[in-house]
Design a protein around this ligand. Structure first.
Ligand SMILES: NC(=O)c1ccc[n+]([C@@H]2O[C@H](COP(=O)([O-])OP(=O)(O)OC[C@H]3O[C@@H](n4cnc5c(N)ncnc54)[C@H](O)[C@@H]3O)[C@@H](O)[C@H]2O)c1
Length: 252
């Protein structure tokens, strides 16, 4: 018996990276998974690997009409929708004064408007299923500033905020909404990142499946009393700079 047995869960941006790890773990734990992305070859290949328990649907999360189609496909194929992971995201870096306006709009559209549209479209279906769980993917950059990542930081703070306003509004109808805040995770998104910029106390980036464990928990009934919460999965990155305990004479 899996931890999310027979739950139907939609994961956006799941053709690769952390979203693909979510899809794999959720299927292993008994869920039916709808994988969506703009990377069709990778998405279709992953769904084929996962077999009868997964389908791939083409979706750009910034397009509201496509959301209607995706939710309808989930209900048509698997009979219901119990969970949504708003995972699709992009990042770009530039100094504030040179930050291109089109990149600003694009990042906000994918990372924040996509989450808003996803919750809007999925909520009626999740209510029809009798309640469920929404996981919005923020970041440690939704908890702190980060030079150069202006649109990304703004979008991820926004995701953290709308998670709480949504959680308040839908709690009475049996829908829980939480955000996760990953730190440095080894995926195509971070392949070019300079790791010395990330002094992780645990001393390494995370593997995508280490994030999926938190998502699995939030989608399962084990997290039945969590809503509006933030789960930080960052190896200690945001708690401070790792160092040895100073000698007592240097403290007192
Ligand atoms: N990798 C990290 O260190 C890290 C840390 C914190 C948060 N995150 C967040 O985790 C999520 C997944 O990131 P990842 O590292 O796996 O990145 P990734 O680039 O490997 O995967 C992101 C996926 O989103 C898809 N996508 C992009 N634009 C889309 C759109 N308009 N519609 C649908 N799909 C779209 C991409 O095609 C890709 O498959 C993102 O929201 C990211 O911001 C990542």
């Amino acid at each position: 018996m899996g931890r999310v047995n027979n739950k139907v869960i939609l994961v956006t941006g799941a053709a690769r990276g952390i979203g693909a790890a979510h899809a794999r773990l959720l299927v292993a734990e008994g869920a039916k998974v709808v994988i969506t992305d703009i990377l069709h070859i990778e998405g279709e290949a992953l769904a084929a690997q996962l077999g009868e328990s997964a389908i791939y649907v083409r979706q750009d999360v910034t397009q509201s009409g496509e959301w209607t189609e995706v939710i309808a496909s989930a209900e048509r194929r698997f009979g219901a929708l119990h969970g949504l992971v708003n995972n699709a995201g992009i990042a770009n870096v530039a100094p504030l004064e040179e930050f291109p306006l089109d990149q600003w709009h694009k990042t906000i559209a994918v990372n924040l408007t996509g989450v808003f549209l996803g919750m809007q479209a999925a909520l009626p279906a999740i209510r029809r299923a009798g309640g469920g769980s929404i996981v919005n993917v923020s970041s440690v950059e939704g908890l702190r500033g980060s030079a150069g990542l202006h649109a990304y930081v703004a979008s991820k703070f926004g995701v953290r905020g709308i998670t709480k306003s949504a959680a308040l509004e839908v709690a009475a109808s049996g829908v829980r909404v939480n955000s996760i805040h990953p730190g440095l995770i080894a995926t195509p998104m971070t392949a070019s990142f300079e790791s010395s910029l990330f002094p992780v106390p645990l001393g390494r980036p995370a593997e995508p499946q280490e994030v999926s464990q938190a998502v699995l928990f939030l989608l399962s009934d084990e997290s039945s009393y969590l809503t509006g919460s933030e789960i930080v999965i960052d190896g200690g990155l945001t708690i401070g700079v790792p160092r040895k305990c100073p000698a007592p004479e240097n403290i007192f």
